[in-house]
Design a protein around this ligand. Structure first.
Ligand code: ZN
Length: 702
């Protein structure tokens, strides 16, 4: 390849055309981005594509994963996508793998077969895994993500640009979908339930499958031995499925009587049924059901008059005199708003009933959703939200948008063509915005960052781990720190004479010996144990990943500082180049419940780093609970601003965000805790200014 071919004139060369048709491309993910990407690739002349996806097609994918049809539901995404693409472009050779990209068959040699690796993934763990293999195999990786109207594409080439893990990504907290359906413990859980499940059942299209309706217990169901809790969840859902028609108004039913019936079904009968699922409440407090008769002893006289006098266009709050939208209502007022708003929908807006979609600008809909959510919160002893706050949370749930996926897929192919044509200096990290930025641009390209020397994936990294070596077991170290925090798949540990490994190829007696070590505290491991100052080498041969953990023994870690019992710190040198003028920056992230940044978090997280894929539901909210991480992020970003450093990857970070993702696809919801701060806004302004200076980097879509 010529080292610095002139882009975009190279696009018209015969050489590039030939390279396109002869190159071998690996696409990881055949979902929202994957479907669009495959189409764009074959339409651009790519002929040799392998495709990996472990998911099967679900009804709720069909609105945007356009290669799939209703009769494909239940089948492999990878196989059907390959089959459909081949029918569009018979000359293309598409190999489909219905498998998890983390399986051992997709090893270094597998990755080395390809000229390009293109990610359309929906979870951070798989992204990090693919990144490590691409870095090890020295294959260019083009990474992508979308969330609502925004999206981004980044290019990662070993030794030339930063890798996917050079910049920290927020590690999402994951909640099984049954949390939303059966065991919520945060206001947002109740709001998502109210908006996506209850509202849709009451007023949406009867055949609309909501994220929460579908596949909700697959995770539990797929294991051969189902837990008692899993069984209880399944039973609870079976009941819920049978009862769908009871959400609809019966013929001749009075609006208020209908609302009362729904209240009693949802907050009394269904709740009592759930309370009866004893398996669910072994480790947590059961909810309580609500008795309407005790909340509103005289419903008729309280509400009927008000409803009668209400004029079209009125809202429940208006007729009830609840004029302060910042007030947090008591159970009684929530019940009044719920009953009135539902009754008003069926009496005054009956033409819309059966086809509604929640709209945050529809006051009556907001009142219904927030009062319903608050009533559920009361059942579960979760703080209620004011109408104003709840509206913000409900209104910012961002659903996947097919157009965004299509644009991002096009941008992935543009970067792929630059790589194939050798126009490496033209490579850009590309951002798609919801609203036009300076220069009327919706899409902006930024020079990729150089690799970070201390990156644990593409550089040689040492992390500092502080914990109590006398009480922490090897099992805890491996599961919670090495596998969960460092995303290592198959760990191999060594410190002096202590050695531990997992994976295939071990003799039975070795497996037994290693398992025998798991329950031991770190200071009691063979070879003298791990102590203050021990350096533990952590390797994953499969990921071609290695780093050193420098261990400090601390016996009195404060639970506030280290709720998980350890603190992981990393010193990340910052490369001197371009706008970056700093010699080094050091950052600490605590292993705290609300800050799940990777240990090498020296920068704000890229957004949308997680759950950007087609099934993502991103909720942008302000949650005070995350103040410590927000403060940490704020400190970092201020520092970077002062020093003139400007991480491209932080541009799309919302002021704070909670991403609830991929209910459909992975049968669980993921929440990314708020991490960024208002300092981002300043940074964004600054970036716009800088980017605006270079018209070459702005693509005007207007
Ligand atoms: Zn890196």
């Amino acid at each position: 390849m010529e080292s610095d071919a002139q882009w975009p004139t190279t696009i018209f060369t015969k050489t590039l055309t030939e390279r396109i048709s002869s190159s071998r491309v690996l696409c990881v993910g055949a979902g929202g981005i994957g479907c669009e990407l495959l189409k764009t690739l074959v339409c651009s002349g790519f002929q040799n594509i392998e495709l990996i996806d472990l998911d099967t097609i679900e009804t709720s994918n069909l609105n945007r994963q356009f290669l799939f049809r209703k009769h494909h539901v239940g089948q492999s995404k990878a196989r059907i996508a390959a089959q459909v693409i081949k029918s569009i472009k018979p000359s293309a050779k598409i190999v489909a793998h219905h498998a998890n990209v983390k399986e051992p068959q997709f090893d270094l040699d597998f990755f080395k077969q390809f000229d390009l690796v293109l990610n359309g993934l929906d979870n951070l763990e798989a992204r990090r895994h693919v990144n490590r293999l691409c870095m090890a195999a020295e294959r260019p990786l083009i990474e992508s993500g979308t969330a609502g109207y925004v999206g981004q594409v980044s290019v990662h080439i070993k030794g030339r640009t930063e890798c996917f893990e050079c910049s920290p990504k927020p590690t999402p907290k994951t909640y099984p979908i049954c949390t939303l359906r059966n065991t919520p413990d945060k206001p947002i859980h109740c709001i998502v339930w109210s908006k996506d499940l209850l509202f849709m059942r009451l007023l949406g299209r009867p055949d609309d499958v909501t994220d929460l309706d579908e596949g909700s217990s697959k995770a539990e169901g797929s294991s051969s031995v189902m837990s008692a809790e899993g069984q209880a969840v399944l039973e609870a859902e079976e009941v819920a499925k049978e009862d769908l028609s009871t959400f609809l108004r019966k013929e001749g039913e009075e609006p208020l009587a209908y609302a009362v019936r729904i209240f009693e079904k949802v907050y009394k009968e269904d709740m009592d049924h759930l309370i009866g699922m004893e398996e669910l409440w072994k480790k947590r407090a059961p909810p309580k059901s609500l008795l309407l008769a005790s909340l509103l002893p005289d419903i008729e006289s309280e509400l009927k008059g008000a409803l009668k006098e209400s004029k079209p266009g009125a809202t429940a709050c208006k007729i009830l005199g609840l004029n302060n939208s910042n007030q947090k209502w008591e159970a009684r007022d929530n019940a009044r708003v719920f009953l009135c708003s539902l009754a008003m929908f069926v009496s005054q807006r009956s033409a819309e009933v059966g086809s509604m979609i929640f709209d945050k600008d529809d006051d009556l809909a907001v009142e219904l959703v927030i009062s319903a959510s608050n009533l559920r919160s009361i059942c579960y002893d979760i703080p209620v939200q004011s109408l104003f706050d709840g509206k913000g949370m409900a209104g910012n749930i961002i659903h996947a948008i097919a157009t965004t996926n299509a644009i991002i897929s096009g941008l992935i192919v543009v970067e792929a063509l630059k790589i194939l044509s050798g126009s490496l200096s033209a490579l850009r990290s590309t951002f798609l915005f919801e609203h036009k930025k300076a220069g009327n641009a919706l899409i902006r390209g930024n020079m990729p960052e150089p690799p970070k020397p201390g990156c644990m994936s593409c550089g040689q990294a040492q992390l500092h781990l502080r914990l109590d070596t006398g009480t922490t077991t090897l099992s805890y170290l491996i599961e919670k720190i090495i596998k969960k925090r460092l995303a290592v798949c198959v760990p191999m540990l060594q410190c002096g004479e202590f050695f531990y490994e997992e994976g295939e190829g071990l003799e039975e007696d070795e497996v037994e010996m290693y398992q025998g070590l798991l329950g031991r505290s770190l200071n009691k491991l063979p070879g003298g144990g791990l102590h203050n100052g021990s350096i533990l080498s952590v390797k994953d041969e499969f990921q071609h990943f290695n780093l050193e953990l420098i261990i400090s023994h601390v016996s009195d870690l404060e639970p506030e500082d280290a709720p998980e019992g350890f603190i992981l710190e990393g010193a990340i040198p910052v490369a001197k180049s371009g706008m970056e003028a700093t010699a080094a920056a050091s950052t600490t992230t605590k292993a705290s419940g609300d800050s799940n940044l990777p240990a090498n978090a020296a920068r704000l997280p890229a957004a949308p780093a997680e759950d950007e894929d087609e099934d993502a539901v991103v909720i942008i909210v302000d949650e005070t609970a995350a103040s410590s991480s927000a403060a940490a992020a704020s400190t970092r970003s201020n520092k970077e601003m002062d020093e003139g450093a400007l991480p491209a990857t932080s541009i799309m970070t919302p002021s704070s965000s909670v991403a609830v993702g991929s209910a459909l696809k992975r049968s669980r919801e993921q929440v990314v805790e708020p991490v960024a701060s208002s300092a981002d806004k300043g940074k964004l302004k600054k970036w716009k200014h800088l980017a605006g200076d270079n018209p070459d980097e702005a693509i005007d879509l207007s």
